[in-house]
Design a protein around this ligand. Structure first.
Ligand code: DSN
Length: 420
């Protein structure tokens, strides 16, 4: 038995089987527009469900602490080589179980407790692990922040001024809710001006970078992390990359034995499969379409009177602000959910509400693009989003829109071989 098939699970545990079936139905019938989610290919999932889940392989390829790692060595080396080819870098560590673990490894490798880091404010689009107080990054290190200006964009001169005052050991660039291109070259100049290490977290934009549809963090950043499941469309996991051999050695030790034990070899195998898909020339078409779809989404929202942070998008997401509306991000998230559109409530620059309520929503194009949707469908969906928001209390309308969107969704399977 090579893989766990549907039949095995149905017989062994009908309760879990039914929950998974219901989740498949939810993912199929709803329109998935959470900017950080995507649909992996069946091949990626098959590798994830493979016998590699049985294997312990502490250490790194050809330097393990356990026997029987011959095949684990091959698959991890393949994943590393493909990652380096995609991003044009010299070293990659594909073992982090998540993006947060990858980021934790960077700090553990390059900082001492209490050292200063400078990252993007969470409420301006940054990430918890970029120094936010509730996260280990804000608790173990002395964290300072930069944000966006009133126009919703990073002001690099201002970042340089803050860096000069703070004198951080690491500057973190990259974001979770920032719709504009990140200028890694300029960030490196800022880092050099204060002798800081430049750390780029490209989790959100990695799929675009891989296609040349966003400026690459290489050769500018000293160290780069990403998740593998967002725009990269791979399995859930993380990765660290660098061109610097000394940093690579420190990162390897920080991940194992520093932060993690046995690597998830089945997930590493799935990362290798996803990386092969990304190396296919078709990947560029996917990444271009992700951007084109997000652009249409932003344009319709603006035309219909909604306030998009920074006025539009250069990447895969739009951040909608309701600071000037009588309803919250939480209200919008719930109403859109009733209409069959899955988004997430999100804080916005100038936030006045708590992170559980928020004044915005983040909407992304990667998952629906993976289903094969193009500008025409995004224009239609964007108008439906506006119809829901214009009539946020009208539950009957939300139900009606839900039916229409379910019909649209039924024309786009979630495992669309033409998009990988
Ligand atoms: N949770 C991810 C996101 O939605 O952007 C970040 O870790």
């Amino acid at each position: 038995m090579r893989y766990i098939t549907e039949e095995n699970l149905k017989v062994a545990d009908s309760e879990v089987f039914e929950i998974i079936e219901a989740e498949l139905k939810r993912q199929t019938n709803h329109l998935e527009m959470i900017a950080s989610e995507n649909f992996t290919s069946p091949a990626v999932m098959q590798a994830m469900g493979s016998v590699f889940t049985n294997k312990y392989a502490e250490g790194y390829p050809y330097k393990r602490y356990y026997g029987g790692c011959e095949q684990a060595d091959k698959v991890e080396q393949l994943a590393i080589d493909r990652a380096c080819k995609i991003f044009g870098c010299k070293f990659a560590n594909v073992q982090p179980h998540s993006g947060s673990q990858a980021n934790g490894a960077v700090y553990a490798a390059l900082l001492k407790a209490g050292d200063k880091i400078l990252g993007m404010d969470l409420s301006h689009g940054g990430h918890l692990t970029h120094g936010s107080k509730p996260s280990f990054s804000g608790q173990n290190y002395s964290a300072f922040y930069y944000g966006v200006e009133l126009d919703g964009r990073i002001n690099y001169d201002k970042v340089a001024e803050i860096a000069k005052i703070v004198q951080p050991k690491i500057i973190v660039c990259g974001a979770s809710a920032y719709a504009r291109e990140i200028d890694f070259k300029r960030f490196r100049e800022i880092a050099d001006s204060v002798n800081a290490i430049l750390f780029a977290d490209i989790a959100h934009i990695a799929g675009l970078v891989a296609a040349g549809e966003h400026q690459s963090p290489f050769p500018h950043a000293h160290v780069v992390t990403t998740t593998t499941h967002k725009t990269l469309r791979g399995p859930r996991g993380g990765m660290v990359m660098t061109d610097d051999e000394e940093i690579a050695k420190k990162i390897n030790s920080a991940i194992f034995p520093g932060l993690q034990g046995g690597p998830l070899v089945h997930v590493i195998a799935a990362k290798a499969v996803a990386f092969k898909e990304i190396l296919d020339p078709k990947w560029k078409d996917y990444a271009k379409q992700v951007k084109a779809n997000a652009k249409v989404l932003g344009e319709v929202l603006v035309k219909r009177g909604y306030d998009i942070v920074s006025g539009g998008t250069d990447n895969h997401l739009v951040l909608v602000s309701f600071l000037n509306k009588p309803f919250s991000g939480k209200d919008a998230d719930a109403a859109l959910g009733d209409a069959g559109i899955t988004v997430n409530k999100n804080t916005v620059p100038g936030e006045t509400r708590s992170p559980f309520v928020t004044s915005g929503i983040r909407i992304g194009s990667p998952a629906l693009t993976a289903r094969g949707m193009k500008e025409k469908e995004f224009e239609f969906i964007a108008n439906k989003i506006c119809d829901v928001l214009d009539n946020i209390e009208d539950k009957e309308l939300h139900k009606k829109i839900n039916k229409e969107l379910e019909e649209l969704a039924s024309n786009f399977v979630i495992y669309n071989s033409s998009t990988y």
